[in-house]
Design a protein around this ligand. Structure first.
Ligand SMILES: C[S@@+](CC[C@H](N)C(=O)[O-])C[C@H]1O[C@@H](n2cnc3c(N)ncnc32)[C@H](O)[C@@H]1O
Length: 202
């Protein structure tokens, strides 16, 4: 790896840590979970969902490599925490749209983003019959925080050329890049647990 690429990777890692320091997870948790906000644990947020484990979120954000100006889709926005972190990473000039299948969590996530003063991100209800949000595609980056049985082509179709998707598939994180119309899929060492990615009309 050349010095330029090494420097960029170091600064990307530093930006993820800066975002995770700046965006307080506590503001995205229900009161009964506040005491665990600093713990490296997935925490219950209601509707059978969790706010993902911080070390897993850090890993996924690092792999995603979102940069200022990017257009980002956050699938499974839950509490809105990852949406807010992504908004921080793509500022200035970028934006984030989160989609969530549980209507109660859409409301919770919206309230959390508002309270956090996060204006370059918004949340939408997942639309029955669609995965992601094709109407605003293409996206430079797509983060999926729910586990798929296989990578949905509906999501890779929403990637811009030069774009990247990070998704857990059967417990393994996959990083999928679109370049010149080709998809390159690599899996990353380690196993991770997520709630299942539901078909949007489940
Ligand atoms: C691990 S949880 C939430 C993580 C979230 N990013 C956070 O920081 O709180 C994953 C979420 O994915 C949602 N989900 C599952 N399938 C979905 C789908 N097809 N479209 C949108 N959201 C989905 C679940 O309802 C759940 O809230």
């Amino acid at each position: 790896m050349g010095p330029g690429r090494r420097l960029r990777r170091t600064s990307d890692a530093a930006r993820v840590i800066e975002a995770m320091t700046a965006v307080d997870r506590l503001g995205f948790l229900p009161p009964d979970q506040h005491r665990f906000a600093r713990a490296d644990l997935a925490l219950r947020i209601g509707s059978g969902a969790t706010c993902s484990q911080p070390s897993t979120v850090e890993r996924m954000l690092h792999l995603l490599g979102a940069r200022p100006g990017d257009r980002v889709l956050d699938v499974g926005s839950g509490s809105g925490w990852t949406t807010a972190l992504l908004a921080r990473l793509v500022a200035p000039g970028g934006w984030v749209v989160g989609v969530e299948i549980e209507p109660d969590l859409v409301e919770v996530g919206r309230a959390n983003l508002l309270a956090a003063g996060c204006s370059s991100a918004r949340l939408e209800q997942a639309v029955p019959g669609h995965v992601g949000r094709p109407e605003e595609a293409p996206y430079d980056r797509i983060l999926v925080s729910a586990e798929a049985r296989s990578t949905p082509s509906a999501l890779t179709d929403q990637l811009a050329d030069g774009g990247r998707l990070v998704i857990p598939v059967r417990g393994v994180l996959h990083v999928i890049d679109r370049a010149g119309g080709e998809l390159r899929d690599r899996s990353v060492a380690g196993t991770y647990q997520f709630v299942p990615l539901r078909a949007a009309d489940d």
